[in-house]
Design a protein around this ligand. Sequence first.
Ligand SMILES: Nc1ncnc2c1ncn2[C@@H]1O[C@H](COP(=O)(O)OP(=O)(O)OP(=O)(O)O)[C@@H](O)[C@H]1O
Length: 311
Amino acid sequence: MDSELAVDAVGVTKTFGSLCAVDDVTVKVEAGEVYGVLGPNGAGKTTFLRMLFGLVRPDSGTIRIFDRSWAADGVATLDGVAGFIESPAFYPYLTGRQNLEGLGLLDGGVRRDRVDEILELVDLTDRAGDAVGGYSYGMRQRLGVAASLIREPRLLVLDEPANGLDPAGIRDMRALVRRLAARGLTVLLSSHHMDEVEEICDNVTIMRQGGVAFHGAIAELRAMAPDPGYALSTTADDRALEIAAATPGIAAVHGPGTGLVVTGPAHEVSSYVSALVRAEVRLLAFTPTRTPLEQLFFMLTDTDPQEAEAA
Ligand SMILES: Nc1ncnc2c1ncn2[C@@H]1O[C@H](COP(=O)(O)OP(=O)(O)OP(=O)(O)O)[C@@H](O)[C@H]1O
């Protein structure tokens, strides 16, 4: 039901000069879900989120947050909404706890046990007494989430919360978002990595050059994804190619460097590997290439995977 939507953005467009940064984007986020806005650099994700926060005014379209709009309700539109656009900023010489308490003062103070609870939730209890200047990037991102939680929001908006994090940081951030969702918080986050969102989001909008390349459930995306691919190196690649040609459902080509790239449904790939073993072709390497969803993301957004990885 539309009145229960946390975010109801319809046909939102924003142009900067001749550049259409956000082009007729519709995003509907149900209360209680984790929603991802995905896209490569420059796709328009941040501009879209900035419009939710009222930092940028759309040229056309409507935005309602928990049934409030900037036009009708002004700043009250942000009641129950918190989050950060790009990286959160803190006083580096104050501790994590002092930063949170300082922010709480803006609202007339925050109870100590509430700060304790939030620090526990973002897994910073042990480091709460250390100066933020000594925090890792991932800890600062988590403290940013903690700062957003002080006002007990119903909707948390996070712009690329995993950007710049190492794999452990990404794992921690993912776990944090899951914990928040389990407490009933609606989370809207942006990302340019499919693997960051595929496990935590229920629905996604994939943006490409301002427009929408896909929107729907992750499950729908999975159904559209191409077969998984594997980089293969053997003692006899030419023979391995011949065997691939004779194995139903398997496609194999020479890889970009040495070896082969093999694609096919998982059970066919398993039969293919058995056939190689029977033919006494020994495997020297067998590693998955991109996940099918990542591959689909690059296809939908028309992005060159190598360029994206370099960026
Ligand atoms: N204030 C502005 N003035 C002019 N152009 C802008 C402005 N803000 C954004 N843009 C342009 O709009 C396009 C979309 O930018 P946006 O930051 O929304 O993309 P993004 O998907 O968040 O990218 P990234 O992942 O790199 O942050 C870009 O081409 C950007 O240069």
